[in-house]
Design a protein around this ligand. Structure first.
Ligand code: TXA
Ligand code: MG
Length: 332
């Protein structure tokens, strides 16, 4: 099989088992190019309520519906503006979620009772095969308990959700590593970026040929994007300047704190500090970000000093998640 063949790694027996579980109202963890999702049949309100219960997510937070291709859009979206169609054509399958006016077919459990629905075609061969076989939408938030770091490997999902998930489809580590970009195209006027993610604002604007807006997110626009999300147990401190970051790490060690230092490239050792590497490009940084945050917890660190990537491309999304992690540190 040629490398990259969409069916090379897909076992029809596993897909068949996943479909049976979903049709029966069960939960299946699915790999995507961004993070792992916890999927339920989007057309089964009881299954979606069960999904919320397992995640520990408050009802009223809408979930993204994953679909097999843009051809399914008219079933879910009542109105598809030209900009939305252009973005779907350019970036699906891929790390882009479109918020569109919903059709009456969409269950309230999925939308949190809103007039809009979030839709995305994920770019992973296993999950695309599942979506084609299932032939319905999959409601899928990230496969972590509410407020915790999103999982980027099948092991992360099992560690977080244990036996509450009926099946974990192991599709290897997620290539992008941060969640999709959410673009609201449900209102007249220019589209609004509600969450920076795998597709950069630059690429979105280049595709549309005009600028978009970026809102400071908030419960009114993208419920669920609370400041306390994305946090490890360790306190997270974000410092752009490498020397200042090393200095802060030394100060924390002097205070007796177990301290990690996450940097894009290796720096001279700071005595007592646990060095962690992220990657020199924004893409490489994003791919390992959540794994490093989880590692900080596994190492039982008190504090993680982080030098972020530049605010370019997916670096904007990485900085956004780090700012949330810094605000929401459970022990910080
Ligand atoms: O990359 C991703 O988007 C991953 C993978 C699994 O696809 N999913 C993900 O889902 O990050 P979740 O539930 O962790 O985050 C979805 C975000 C939430 O902040 C939610 O409020 C927002 O999408 N959202 C979903 N539907 C919406 C709607 N109708 N209006 C506004 N925001 C919406
Ligand atoms: Mg999430």
């Amino acid at each position: 099989m040629p490398e990259g063949d969409a069916h090379a790694a897909v076992d029809p027996a596993v897909i068949g088992r996943a479909v049976r579980i979903l049709r029966a109202g069960g939960l299946v963890a699915i790999p995507t190019e961004t993070v792992y999702g916890l999927a339920a049949d989007a057309t089964n309100p009881a299954a979606v309520r069960h999904l919320y219960a397992v995640k520990g997510r408050p009802l009223g937070h809408p979930v993204i519906v994953h679909i097999a291709s843009g051809e399914a859009l008219p079933h879910w979206a009542a109105h598809i503006p030209d900009d939305a169609r252009r973005l779907a054509d350019a970036f699906w399958p891929g790390p882009l979620t479109l918020i569109l006016t919903r059709t009456p077919a969409v269950a309230d459990e999925v939308t949190g009772g809103r007039g809009t629905v979030g839709l995305r075609v994920p770019d992973h061969p296993l999950t695309l095969a599942l979506l084609r076989a299932f032939d319905r939408g999959l409601a899928a938030p990230s496969a972590n308990r509410f407020g915790r770091v999103s999982p980027t490997t099948a092991e992360d999902v099992r560690a977080d959700l244990g036996t509450d998930v009926d099946l974990v489809l192991d599709g290897g580590p997620c290539g992008i590593g941060v969640e999709s970009t959410i673009v609201d195209c449900s209102e007249t006027g220019v589209p609004v970026i509600l969450r920076p993610g795998g597709v950069s604002t630059e690429r979105i604007e280049a595709t549309l040929g005009h600028p978009v807006r970026r809102v400071a997110d908030g419960p009114s626009r993208a419920p669920g994007m609370l400041a306390a999300h994305y946090a490890p147990y360790a306190e997270v401190v974000v410092i752009d300047d490498i020397d200042a970051a090393c200095g802060e790490a030394a100060t924390r060690i002097a205070r007796g704190q177990r301290t990690g230092l996450l940097t894009p490239a290796a720096v001279a050792a700071v005595p007592g500090v646990t060095p962690m590497l992220a990657g020199t490009t924004p893409e490489a940084y994003a791919a390992v970000l959540y794994e490093r945050l989880r590692e900080a917890d596994r190492l039982n660190l008190d504090v993680l000093i982080v030098v972020p990537p530049p605010a370019e491309g997916v670096g904007v999304a990485v900085r956004d998640r780090l700012a949330r992690a810094a605000t929401g540190s459970a022990r910080g």
